[in-house]
Design a protein around this ligand. Sequence first.
Ligand code: F6P
Length: 195
Amino acid sequence: PRPILLTRHGESQDNVRARIGGDSSLSDTGELYAKKLANFVEKRLKPERAASIWTSTLHRSISTANHIVGFPKVQWRALDEINAGACDGMTYLEIKMDMPEEYESREKDKLRYRYPRGESYLDVIQRLEPVIIELERQRAPVVVISHQAVLRALYAYFADRPLKEIPHIEVPLHTIIEIQMGVTGVQEKRYKLMD
Ligand code: F6P
């Protein structure tokens, strides 16, 4: 069996300020996670030579892979975070105050809600199709360093969770979700590297 390791990027400057979207860099805490992750990946995958590291094209994801050496890295635009369009860079509170109808619609149907000039969860799920096909095709382990909404969708695919649950699945920061695809089905382990 070969593992797929799913993780969010380390804490970013925007995470600290509770702003969604953006392309900020890692906070000091996020930097520390990047180091711990490299350590973990090296220990976990060392004998598995053909492993690869997949990131999004956003700074916080690429920087989280920075300390991992000895494995090829691939950047996928399809792994970028859900595009919050007109709400990019705002906090949830700002959206609630300034765009209450948008906030309401998202509360009502988070799966189908599409940000103005942005994406919905359904859009994200659709654009992930080539990533999933490629992940299925890989024989070697893959470490996927991506973002909350994207990882909810990827995780739901492998863990066989229903569509309507996807926007609510817990994918905390600084935690590695290991998925093993074996002959007997899919097994999951979570490693919390930091609080
Ligand atoms: O807050 C971090 C983040 O990755 C945002 O960039 C993104 O908009 C959000 O999480 C997605 O989570 P939710 O769908 O719960 O708003």
